[in-house]
Ligand binder design. Structure first.
Ligand SMILES: [Zn+2]
Ligand SMILES: [Zn+2]
Length: 317
């Protein structure tokens, strides 16, 4: 096993809870970065496993590698949900789709690749089909891979509501405010057996996250932070932070939604040569100005079992 439970000391510091019950509702952070290329944090993506269903939310840089570390075959992903069309959330889609079709055990998809997202999903997938047409043609002829496995089945939606329902799993999309020019942008609430996981997507402080996040077992939220001196002097930094939720604002969301566990992902920490990025301890301290409940700073491959309590596990690299 590659996993270790967070120590009680750390859990205590983070305000979490420890339980060892197994649950069939589980969330794993596959990538927790912003667009900045880093070896320790890959592009934004979250895996939700509910019963025998595997749902992927966004597919940023490196997702196939993270799924391989979990021994989850790419071909076993049932649906990809897209929050919005910034490339850090979509640059891994072609890799999941194409590599998941290959014949080794990490692939083997034999049914169409299903994608659900706001307006733009159809154009993205049909243009990927054009971009990779020669690869598809070659592998069909050379490797005799099943044509159905590389087909796509795309569904677009244009309003808040249920976008997926299957075998006890319900996914509800809700609009979020990522910036006036960045539309559409949505978050998702995933419900299973009376429990709920909410993924904010990229958003600034938004009351809709409070509304759809209310009473969630796990609230997975983005965060963006820069040192006050940098924020005061850099217009590009001000623009980026205006597209995201500061730790203080995220704490306000958590205080109102009251999840059993709040977790940060998509951790945007801005810096220049003169001003270093805020530390994670500083992000936590700022959150604590507005929120006193359970909080975890996400890491790649950190997982959360959603049972009577939420159990946090770190991945041992
Ligand atoms: Zn974005
Ligand atoms: Zn992003």
């Amino acid at each position: 096993m590659h996993r270790v439970a967070l120590s009680c000391l750390l859990i205590g510091l983070l305000g979490g809870s420890v339980s060892h019950a197994q649950s069939d509702f589980k969330v794993t952070l596959l990538g927790t970065a912003s667009p900045a290329p880093r070896a320790d944090r890959f592009g934004p993506s979250t895996l939700v496993e509910a019963g025998d269903q595997k749902l992927l939310f966004d597919a940023g840089r490196g997702v196939p590698i993270r799924l391989r570390q979990l021994n989850v075959p790419l071909g076993k992903i049932n649906v990809l949900f897209i929050t919005h069309y910034h490339s850090d959330h979509t640059s891994g889609i072609a890799d999941v789709w194409l590599t998941g079709w290959l014949s080794p055990p990490f692939g083997r998809r034999t049914a169409p690749f299903r994608v659900i997202g706001p307006a733009g999903a159809q154009a993205l997938m049909s243009n990927l089909e054009k971009a990779y047409a020669l690869d598809i043609k070659i592998r069909l002829a050379d490797e005799k891979l099943p044509p159905e496995g590389i087909a796509t089945a795309v569904e677009e939606f244009d309003k808040n509501g249920v976008v997926y329902e299957n075998n006890g799993v319900k996914v509800i999309a809700f609009e979020v405010e990522h910036g006036p020019a960045i539309k559409p942008a949505v978050g998702y609430r995933i419900e299973y057996k009376g429990r709920a996981v909410v993924i904010s997507g990229d958003t600034r402080y938004d009351q809709n996250v409070v509304k759809y996040g209310a009473g969630a077992d796990l609230l997975v939220h983005e965060v963006g932070s820069a040192r006050p001196e940098l924020l005061a002097t850099s217009v590009p930094v001000q623009r980026i932070i205006a597209h995201h939720t500061t730790p203080r604002e995220a704490g306000m969301v958590f205080s109102q939604a009251k999840p059993k566990m709040a977790v940060y992902t998509h951790i945007v920490l801005l810096s220049t040569e003169k001003f270093p990025e805020p530390t994670l301890d500083e992000v936590i301290a700022e959150t604590r100005q507005t929120y006193g409940g359970p909080l975890t700073v996400g890491e790649d491959l950190m997982s959360f079992e959603i049972g009577e309590t939420v159990t946090v596990q770190r991945y041992k690299h």
